[in-house]
Design a binder for this molecule. Sequence first.
Ligand code: SF4
Length: 431
Amino acid sequence: MNRYSFLLKQHIGAPAIAIVKAGDRVKRGALIAVKAPDAMGCNIHSSVSGKVTCVTSDAIEIVQENETEAKEYVKLKAETPLGLIEEAGIVGLGGAGFPTYIKLSKPLQQGGIVILNAVECEPILRHNIFMVEKKAREVIRGLQIVMEIVHADRGRIAIKEKHKEATDALKICIAGNHTGIGVCLLPDLYPMGEERALIREVQGMLLNIDQLPMEANAVVINAETAYRIFEAVEERKPFIDKDITVAGKLKGELIQVFEDVPIGTKVGSLIERAGGCSGEYGELIMGGPFTGKRTTMDSPVVKTTGGILVTETFLKGPQKIGLLVCACGADKERLLQISQDMGSEVAGIEYCKQAQHIKQAYKCENPGKCPGQVQKVLALKKAGAQALLISNCSDCTNTVMSCAPQLKLPVYHCTDGALRSVNHKLVRRLK
Ligand code: SF4
């Protein structure tokens, strides 16, 4: 019996309001929760056909009636592309899940640009690139739809240079068919996919931390978001399925991509599908190695879930460890969790000096461009740290590595457990 759980808050904004009750029968694609009136939010549709067994203030639980049900769905009814995107409940799939219809509700000025984020910024994650390789035509159609809605003159697909197959697929689809759309190749550094880093690389303009892409006459959308827009507008499909990378200490392949996983699927059943965990593990992460958060086997996949990672067990740390926190990497809470699991006491906590606290979160002033870390490393040494646990970007980790070893401070990175679990090179010195 497959149980699916639909959290009422899956994105930035107010939780959705359930419109079903226990005992109701729903079809795949049926609307089960609506966005709160006069608040930022999104609709939620069922990804399976079945019976509603429980509705709480947090979630709706549905038991699927036929485990091999067809992929059909209840179609959307709205009459305009923007209306279909709103009705479908699409949110941004590269970050916190900002409702897409709101992002697209203001047209750009003349000369405006839509940047499609196909960077797949986090190591290990593959589902966006996999999608671009296999469904380049649909992703580009999604980009075109967005360009039409916001009246953009140009579209640029930002992708890492190393993804040759995906880049070739894009170029073949674009050639001769899409004037105004081009590809922009980026280096393999973290966090190249951060919204302001993308605008800086593509437009040559660095926005302040409190400025939105609109101020660069730009809209940024993630590759899978573009694909889900294509589905909503061309196929009238609600946003009910999500592509997910499952990776780490698995009995099956170490990195697997599952297409169209029904939203609401339990993490545990997805790991079982990937072959199950191979032995003891360290963290179970929802998201990427840098920015993911710890999850549980019983947690459901939500609209913004991109990765499920089963990491390697923790290395034993020193008695006292210093934490260096990045605005674009693991936050203080996750570093505290890791240091505790390493058996280390925290000697001190420092933030990268470009990490600025704004609206209850940290944001980087210039993502991925190191402002220097020696001062922070020295401060942690002075506080008694015998090693460092850091979450810094590629460039800043490189800087930490240029001074910490000389001060006899071994360096651990928040991504180590995930990267070791798939035999990936660790984030340390740049070559
Ligand atoms: S410059 Fe600092 S805050 Fe910005 S991404 Fe790098 S480590 Fe993070």
